[in-house]
Design a binder for this molecule. Sequence first.
Ligand SMILES: Cc1cc2nc3c(=O)[nH]c(=O)nc-3n(C[C@H](O)[C@H](O)[C@H](O)COP(=O)(O)OP(=O)(O)OC[C@H]3O[C@@H](n4cnc5c(N)ncnc54)[C@H](O)[C@@H]3O)c2cc1C
Ligand SMILES: *[C@@H]1O[C@H](CO)[C@@H](O)[C@H](O)[C@H]1NC(C)=O
Length: 355
Amino acid sequence: MGIGAIIIVGAGVVALSTAYDLLAQHPATRVLIIAAELPTDPASSWTADYASMWAGAHYRPIAPSTPQLRAEFALAQNTHRMMKRIARDKPESGCGFMGAVEYMENPGERELQLKSRDIFAGEGDGFRVLSPEELPDKVKWGCEYDAYCIDTQKYCQWLLHQIQKTGQVRVLRRQLSQVLDAFEAAEAVNFPKAKIVVNCSGRGFGDPKSKIVRGQTVLVKQQYHKSVTRQCADGSWTFLIPRPNMGGTIVGGTKEEDDWRSEPRESTRKAVLQKAVECFPYFVDDVSQFEVIRDNVGRRPFRDGGLRMELEELDGDRRIVHGYGAGSRGYELSWGIAGKLVKLLEQATVSRASL
Ligand SMILES: Cc1cc2nc3c(=O)[nH]c(=O)nc-3n(C[C@H](O)[C@H](O)[C@H](O)COP(=O)(O)OP(=O)(O)OC[C@H]3O[C@@H](n4cnc5c(N)ncnc54)[C@H](O)[C@@H]3O)c2cc1C
Ligand SMILES: *[C@@H]1O[C@H](CO)[C@@H](O)[C@H](O)[C@H]1NC(C)=O
């Protein structure tokens, strides 16, 4: 059965992946994307709330130690499979595969139980636990595997371009004051009558369960060759995320809960670069060698209890499919989330037809 006409609010990685998957599975669907910010806008206009523009982004698997993490583990594995295909067939997308290394100064129980050849990132990831002599000073546990890294702005532009090429999509730039205004906005531009809106607004509408974690990173011109992450005993993180096709390297980064400052902090930039030199001595010898392209500041859209992926029936025959609250994992869960939201859309269409 056809899905008909659907409105998607948002143009971040979650919204765009959902539109892509929806059109791949149901090519006759008409899609209207309504978003305050788009990946094709000038970079200088993006706010810190548009998280997808500011992410690294790498895929850092997390051992499934809680029910929420178990659900996310499955989404991450699905995403890994799809990203592998995109990196192989569409290198121009900004998604590329490379080696990844993790170092932990204070590993959890789950990590300590992992064995080489376990599946960590996804099938065929070449997962290997590092031996003690391979670990840098103070690091208690480490591993390596193959995973993807993403040049985020390029990738979202690519996704948008792919879905527009289908001829089934219209894009409307609009700031909505509530998600339900999407129905009227669609009518006002003569979009075919839609009964379902997909809410991929990140944290745009202030759910009381939403909270933000500020992240500041630095994009440098130097090109590292693998994705490395070190979790330090004091709770801080330092990581290098190479951007495929010589897009430079993201050096990060902070996790600052409820910190709403939109501008980069000079002191943070210095500390992040200094830490990277200390932790990853093979990158550059000295902080002064870094050629900084840009500071990035974004707000990770967290939500208590994790992602909301849910079909909500409204009065009349209208429905919302929610897909927001991806926190720090929007890219690495994106195709898993998209697949789940498309299932909810199919379900919403069937339940409407049976009324
Ligand atoms: C510094 C940093 C590093 C990160 N690193 C990684 C990483 O390595 N790997 C990873 O997987 N993730 C990473 N993330 C997290 C990732 O960026 C987010 O999880 C992801 O971008 C969330 O995507 P989204 O589509 O849900 O929301 P967003 O990207 O925030 O998009 C929301 C969309 O909704 C629209 N919208 C919102 N409100 C309204 C409104 N009122 N009216 C109209 N439109 C509206 C916006 O304009 C936008 O188009 C990082 C984040 C940061 C900040
Ligand atoms: C849509 O998503 C936002 C998060 O951006 C949330 O606050 C809001 O409650 C959702 N809309 C509705 C109508 O539930």
